[in-house]
Design a protein. Structure first.
Length: 325
């Protein structure tokens, strides 16, 4: 793996070779993030159905730009930007949330949920969520802001619950002869640090926070999906996931279908027969159909990398609405 400096030099060398060879190339090394622009991906007519992408970990952290140079707005910031742009367009009659996410942080998931609900109420338009391959935990939390939820027949959803990852590295540190020395103002200040196991008292404190976030999650879903009867079906809120057909039977989703079906449902809910399906993109992005990924979508094979699932977050854990398979 190249260090950042060597990597930049390599890219510059490649650019120089191509320029000397007379090749015209366009590599966005770094620079200011360009404003969003609209692209029509299907349909026709004056009215519009906007598709917003919620793919990957729901987070308020900035994303790396192309070639890992520079940065992109976080998913939360990008969705806020898209909704703000949509508020200024009276031709947008419905919104489809294309969700393919295992969830994310409690706060980021809640912000996206709040922003979608606020947009829906301010504009008075219908919102349909389409759960793709994965719409679990925080992904489902966001979907609860929609009027209707469509799930792909092969999708997975559910995982209503909260998780906090805390790694205990005490045994490893003893083996390699490393000791921690912490100076702090109170005996609870180091609760989540990975250098020691949790005491019963500290575990109880963290459990109280998790229970609070969990109750909020359940309340959000109960309000959005009264037909699911969460109060009498405790298995729906114990953290387990469900296949799409099960979710339909339990009332967690309204119907099974594909993204095209979700778009048609959005048009029906909005009372329109014909509409252009539009998405927003950066000038350097390419979108030509309803499955084109968002600018901040993960390019790796898996959603949950080592940074989230392991030692990368050991010193900076967070409360998560997240399914960790």
């Amino acid at each position: 793996m190249f260090r950042d400096g060597k990597f930049v030099l390599l890219i510059l060398a490649i650019v120089a070779v191509n320029l000397l060879g007379g090749c015209a190339i366009n590599i966005p090394i770094a620079g200011r993030v360009q404003p969003l622009e609209e692209v029509v991906v299907s349909g026709e007519g004056k009215d519009k159905v906007l598709v917003i992408d919620v793919t990957g970990i729901i987070s308020d952290r900035k994303r790396k730009g192309p070639l890992r140079l520079g940065s992109r707005p976080s998913m939360v910031a990008r969705i806020k930007e898209e909704l703000k742009k949509a508020k200024e367009d009276d031709d947008i009659k419905a919104l489809v949330l294309r969700i393919n996410s295992p969830g994310g942080t409690v706060t980021a998931s809640d912000i996206v949920y709040h922003e979608v609900k606020e947009f829906k109420e301010e504009r008075g338009i219908k919102v349909v969520a389409c759960l793709m391959g994965l719409g679990t935990s925080g992904g489902y939390y966001v979907a609860a802001a929609a009027d209707k939820i469509v799930a792909l027949p092969t999708g997975i959803t559910g995982s209503i619950g909260v998780i906090l990852l805390k790694i205990n590295m005490e045994g490893l540190m003893e083996k390699i002869g490393v000791q921690d020395e912490i100076i702090m103002s109170g005996d609870k200040k180091d609760t989540i640090l990975p250098f020691h196991p949790l005491s019963p008292e500290k575990r109880e404190l963290l459990q109280g926070i998790i229970d609070n976030f969990y109750q909020r999650f359940v309340a959000v879903v109960a309000e959005a999906r009264p037909e699911a009867d969460l109060e009498n079906r405790k298995e729906l809120t114990d953290g387990r996931v469900f296949a799409a057909q099960q979710a339909l039977e339990f009332g967690l989703v309204d119907e099974l279908g594909y993204l095209e079906d979700a778009i048609e449902l959005a048009k029906s809910e909005a009372g329109i027969e014909e509409a252009r399906v539009v998405m927003y993109k950066r000038p350097d992005a390419y979108k030509n159909n309803i499955y084109s990924l968002g600018d901040d979508a993960p390019q790796a094979a898996g959603f949950i990398g080592l940074e989230l699932a392991g030692f990368g977050r050991a010193l900076n854990p967070d409360f998560m609405y997240l399914w960790v398979p």
